[in-house]
Design a protein around this ligand. Structure first.
Ligand SMILES: NC(=O)c1ccc[n+]([C@@H]2O[C@H](COP(=O)([O-])OP(=O)(O)OC[C@H]3O[C@@H](n4cnc5c(N)ncnc54)[C@H](OP(=O)(O)O)[C@@H]3O)[C@@H](O)[C@H]2O)c1
Length: 254
């Protein structure tokens, strides 16, 4: 029987790369996000490469939509062994003094409550697989704050808290919890979403950085952690580009 992996936020960036990589590792991937046209293209690509995947429309901020994802997982051809909570993102770079409450709300809803909802919905299936793995894609922002990042770092700290708490609560049960904390990753949409489509501001994030991480680098980390023997639990993996020694210490050539 094949192993099923559910990846949220699979329509772009790290989620799409993770879906491709897990399919190459032999998982049947349930690729979930709101933009189904992109998911359909991804599934076609994975299938053409010899893998197996199914597109599932899912908004992680909706109970009903996440219940639909859980139903799709039940019907998938195999046992649900892996959940990658990847859907998320940042909005704005404003100081706390003037940050938008709506932006903070969005970041909490998607990153934190999205992870909570999907994890709750899929935990029974992961546990009954006898060898489940939950990956939480948090961030270096999950343990470091930076100016202008209050809303995002608050959300990622909370997501990190979910991962740590869940690992304690599941101790003794057959589900491991892995937290992935990437630093700077150049994906097509992350910075564009943060700056509401302002390509100049988005481009400036990576300006002069020779080699930021790319989505495939993070997918590689996720796949490595998730394919260790089941008794090996990589609690937390922090990964940054060589040019980024810390959140505030980035080597730029221009
Ligand atoms: N890029 C970085 O520098 C970086 C660094 C550290 C951590 N991360 C984290 O890595 C994850 C992926 O980031 P990325 O760079 O790949 O960003 P991205 O390209 O903007 O992808 C975000 C994904 O989340 C999905 N999403 C957003 N809202 C959703 C919702 N309500 N329901 C379901 N899916 C939703 C989007 O799909 P739809 O819009 O189609 O729903 C998209 O597939 C995020 O959690 C991010 O915080 C990124």
């Amino acid at each position: 029987m094949s192993r099923v992996a559910v990846v949220t936020g699979a329509s772009s960036g790290i989620g799409a790369a993770t879906a491709r990589r897990l399919a190459a590792e032999g998982f049947h991937v349930l690729a979930a996000a709101r933009r189904t046209d992109r998911l359909t293209d991804l599934v076609t690509e994975i299938t053409a490469a010899g893998g197996a995947a199914t597109a599932v429309a899912c908004d992680v901020t909706s109970d009903e939509s996440v219940a639909g994802l859980a139903r799709a997982a039940q019907q998938a051809p195999g046992s649900v062994a892996l959940l990658v909570n990847n859907a998320g993102g940042a909005r704005g770079l404003d100081p706390v003094e003037s940050g938008s409450v709506a932006d903070w709300q969005w970041m909490y809803d998607v990153n934190v409550l999205g992870t909570l909802r999907v994890t709750q919905a899929l935990l029974p299936a992961l546990e009954s697989s006898g060898a489940g793995t939950i990956v939480v894609v948090s961030s270096t922002a999950g343990f470091t704050v930076y100016e202008g990042g209050g809303g995002y770092t608050a959300a990622k700290h909370a997501q990190t808290a979910i991962a740590g708490t869940l690992r304690l609560e599941l101790c003794g049960r057959p589900v491991r919890v892995i937290e992935i904390d990437p630093g700077m990753v150049r994906t097509d949409e992350f910075a564009l979403v943060r700056f509401q489509g302002d390509a100049d501001r988005a481009g400036a994030v990576y300006a002069g950085v020779a080699e930021p991480l790319v989505a495939e680098d993070v997918a590689d980390c996720i796949a490595w952690c998730a394919t260790r023997p089941q008794h090996v639990n990589v609690d937390r993996l922090v990964v940054r580009p060589l040019a980024q020694a810390a959140q505030h210490k980035v080597h730029r050539t221009s």
